[in-house]
Design a protein around this ligand. Structure first.
Ligand SMILES: [Zn+2]
Ligand SMILES: [Zn+2]
Length: 283
């Protein structure tokens, strides 16, 4: 089995809340690539994300379509949450050993430099390159995990800046669960940080799908029916942060399985990840 562009598109679509379609091909030197493009729009007006699988390395390239000027301008005007999420994601990639190349209006820029937002964006390109990988060595499942990881990090970086519809960006605020009588409510009510698709995509792209409290990977336990089933939890109680607070998906959000997430919210403020780990009884 070789890496499949359709399953990559499915995963990234579920993670970002934006529908992608996937294609594949080979470079002149025979290296395989997988490419994602937002579904239902001409690629010339949107963008492509091409993941090149090289010799012990993965390169993900973001390229705008030739008629995507409006989109580039909108991305350069992203709100504060989008900007911080973009920068946090690229910094997390760098911390994980990747090289980042960012070019705005034709000039190389440092993604952490806040001056990148100062003038209108007419063009944008970036790439995330990770070398020294055990890839292309005959283990297709391991290859796919690396392809998914780096492609989803690039996709989450782009989605952070996209002009998504208002209802996706600012869902109605739902307070964290207050102390309810036992058994009164079994549904977890998440706050707006947990519901913002940009935050969710960024948190999963950085942390992955393993529950941070019990180490469960639902996709591994139940198979494909549960692939990607995970919830994103905001570790700082909303009551402690002001309305202008900008989330850091690396430190403020953690993936939790639905069980652990429900237990976390049985108290207000929620139980911490360490407390959840401490509660668990050995099998
Ligand atoms: Zn769990
Ligand atoms: Zn939560």
């Amino acid at each position: 089995m070789s890496p499949d562009p359709r399953s990559l598109a499915e995963r990234v679509s579920a993670e970002t809340g934006l529908e992608f379609s996937g294609t594949e091909g080979r470079d002149g030197d025979g290296s395989r690539w997988l490419e994602l493009c937002p579904a239902g729009h001409p690629a010339t007006q949107t963008f492509t994300l091409r993941t090149l699988v090289g010799w012990r390395r993965i390169d993900v390239h973001f390229r705008p379509g030739s008629f995507a000027g409006e989109l580039m301008e909108a991305m350069g005007n992203a709100d504060e949450t989008g900007r911080r999420t973009f920068q946090t994601l690229l910094a997390a990639c760098r911390d994980d050993g990747a090289e980042i190349a960012l070019s705005i209006n034709g000039s190389p820029r440092d993604p952490n430099d806040d001056a990148i937002w100062a003038s209108p964006w007419r063009s944008l390109e970036f790439s995330i390159r990770r070398g020294m990988l055990a890839i292309n060595q005959g283990d297709a499942a391991a290859d796919m995990r690396q392809i998914e990881l780096w492609s989803s990090r690039a996709a989450a970086s782009v989605v952070a800046l996209l002009p998504l519809q208002a209802q996706d960006r600012e869902p109605v605020e739902v307070p964290e669960l207050a102390g309810l009588p036992e058994g009164a409510k079994i549904r977890v009510e998440v706050n707006r940080y947990e519901r913002d698709r940009r935050n969710r995509a960024a948190a999963l792209a950085i942390h992955g799908y393993l529950c941070k409290a019990c180490d469960l990977d639902l996709g591994e336990r139940y198979g494909p029916a549960a692939a990607g089933l995970i919830e994103v939890h905001h570790v700082t109680p909303v009551s402690e942060v002001g309305p202008a607070y900008i989330i850091d998906p690396n430190t403020d959000l953690v993936p939790l399985c639905p069980n652990c997430h429900a237990v976390a919210h049985r108290r207000s403020p929620p139980f911490s990840v360490d407390e959840l780990r401490g509660m668990q009884r050995p099998d």
